[in-house]
Write a protein that binds this ligand. Structure first.
Ligand code: ADP
Ligand code: UDP
Length: 234
């Protein structure tokens, strides 16, 4: 499929049209941002790591019955995907307290949650992606009741599948963010799943193997992403 015009450049990826109106190419950049883009930097080779890690996870989820936008990996940094209409909601699942949940409720990082927490955030950089409830989504028409139910069903299944997937490679899935979109009237998983969008702690040592190494200046950022890739494709 031929790469055409750039239609969007975001914080981590660039989107290109193709000669098919149903498909886009996602190009993964090395740019990294944190704290709503107040902190900016680059993580050398991140685009390559995240494209390959996302590829493996989308293939796995797809094989387990989750519909995704993933079609094909085209190169080190390029993925062919179905073009969706993004539901403007960040869907977050938390198994262990970390990040903004700890700040919100003054919880200690690492506290195991009795059941997973599902958070919705409105995807709006100028408002710092505020936490919202299902009622905001319905009241403001961002998704229908049926779509919200479908998203909830998928995201808990994705959590179960990914917890198992990562545990097999000695990583604990602490939390993650996913995005969904509409394709030919159906809700499918879109965007990426990578150490940019998941918190992953090494079993036993608790070592952070994700973007928190960049957020918190913990060092060895590239090495952590490389290690996750090595384990994911093992
Ligand atoms: P951001 O927009 O938050 O800076 P990125 O740099 O990751 O994030 O940009 C990728 C953009 O592409 C995101 O806004 C995401 O919602 C959108 N997107 C992801 N998958 C698809 C898809 N299959 N079709 C259309 N848009 C998509
Ligand atoms: N996350 C993400 N993009 C965002 C916000 C969060 O991928 O714009 C991911 C983040 O990497 C973590 C989870 O969602 O795995 C929960 O993030 P949190 O709400 O704790 O926010 P943070 O403290 O990371 O800003």
């Amino acid at each position: 499929m031929e790469k055409k015009n750039q239609i969007y450049e975001g914080k981590a990826k660039i989107l290109f049209e193709t000669d098919s109106s149903d498909h886009l190419i996602q190009y993964f950049k090395d740019d990294a941002t944190a704290f709503n883009a107040q902190k900016k930097g680059t993580i050398n080779q991140k685009g390559v790591f995240n494209n390959k890690i996302s590829t493996r996870i989308f293939e796995y989820l797809q094989a387990e019955g989750i519909p995704t936008h993933y079609e094909k990996t085209l190169s080190d940094r390029e993925m062919l995907v179905k073009k969706v209409e993004i539901v403007p909601i960040e869907v977050i699942i938390r198994n262990v307290a970390a990040g903004s949940l700890c700040r919100l409720l003054n919880l200690e990082e690492g506290m195991k949650l009795k059941v997973p927490i599902l958070d919705f955030c409105y995807k709006k950089d100028s408002l710092n992606d505020p936490l919202i409830s299902e009622y905001h989504i319905r009241a403001l028409g961002w998704a229908t009741d049926e779509e919200v139910e479908e998203i909830k069903k998928y995201v808990f299944k994705i959590n179960d599948l990914m917890k198992k997937f990562f545990l097999d490679i000695n990583l604990d899935l602490i939390d993650f963010k996913v995005e969904f979109g509409r394709f030919k009237g159906k809700i499918i998983l879109a965007d990426e799943i990578s150490p940019d969008t998941c918190r992953l702690w090494e079993v036993g040592t608790g070592k952070k193997m994700d973007k928190d190494r960049f957020r918190k200046d913990l060092g060895n950022v590239e090495e952590a992403y490389q290690e996750v890739l090595n384990r994911v494709v093992k």
